[in-house]
Design a protein around this ligand. Sequence first.
Ligand SMILES: Cc1ncc(COP(=O)(O)O)c(C=O)c1O
Length: 422
Amino acid sequence: MSVTPDTLSILQSHDPAVFEAVQEEERRQLRTLEMIASENFASRAVMEAAGTVFTNKYAEGYPGKRYYNGCEPSDKVETLAIERAKQLFGAVHANVQPHSGSTANQAVFFAALQPGDTVLSLSLAHGGHLSHGHRVNMAGQFFKIVNYGVAQGTEQIDYDEVVRLAREHKPRMIITGGSAYPRLIDFAKFREIADEIGAVFLTDMAHFAGLVAGKAIPSPVPFSHIVSSTTHKTLRGPRSGMLLGDAEWGPKLDKAVFPGLQGGPLVHIIAAKAVAYGEALRPSFAAYSQQVIANAKALGEVLVEKGLRLVSGGTDTHLVLVDLTSYNVTGKDAANALEHAGITVNKNAIPYDTRKEWVTSGIRIGTPALTTRGMKEAEMRTIANWVAEVVKDPTDEAVQKRVRAQVDEMTGNWPLRAEDLA
Ligand SMILES: Cc1ncc(COP(=O)(O)O)c(C=O)c1O
């Protein structure tokens, strides 16, 4: 089962060293269980579009208003992407040019704020994202960042704290969304708080955009002034970013992306985004996104049976955040042991973690990629048992070796994408 497009046969003779690295990565993706919550397997059509001649084209500007000539096909493909994104998310305005999730967020900061303005966002330590203003990030250096967190008991967003901090600090922008928050977010509540103080409300749906597209969870679009996203996580498109805006913010976002922040758009990636949005509009994607959540719940249930604790007590989305304290194991050791066993996850801080961020007390496990392979609850239960066995004693290499063999056997039966069986 090959995941590489035919053009790689040219790469093989043209540049064997790069070809070999690609082959190695292909083998890795096929023969391990990819459970990094932010990863997925884009379709062959998405990958093909990303590898087209559009990579050669400069198309600074927007459809119908370009700085370069020869942009008619680029206009066509970007318009397709914009219209499909708007339809998919019920948005008034879409900008499909951000190169990544981080640049999409940078464009929002540029559009909505002056340097030094105050921003209220979810703390990274409680599941937020670097680009929402962590001190090591550009946003943290140029803006005054105030963080809200999750409540210690429920480990869910503490809306009382959000209200209190909003009233106290009067931020110009409030951000929600993050990279390790397994629960639904009350977007209406956030908008109410933003409206009370006259703040801009940004939802970063990078992690859960695919679940929104498949209507498996509520959409932030009706409640947010601006929605930012990546396109490569649950949404299963190419590695990239996007922005949605209401009637007021749409044109401001366009100006902030170009000429504000970026030069020429990656038209080949925009073509691949158009393909991905088209795929996400199909009924099969709704079924996929529901299965992603069902799989995360099944995985979590078995981990709990095995004596592990899930942050917030469970999940409503595509990921579980596992507290390893009951096993007296660190996230770092657990993730490394799992990698040896052929299961790829990442260490992750849990809320109020007492360990340093490169050690942590938790691991984050996601189901989007394995669900794309066609795996369902039964496979998740088997995998959860393996995870628990390996994590129980990360120094036990015999267990890792045995699980590695079982993973090898399992992955041999599943293509990278269920569509490859059709
Ligand atoms: C919530 C959130 N926003 C933004 C990003 C940044 O996306 P990118 O890696 O494409 O810059 C991520 C990536 O993990 C994310 O989880």
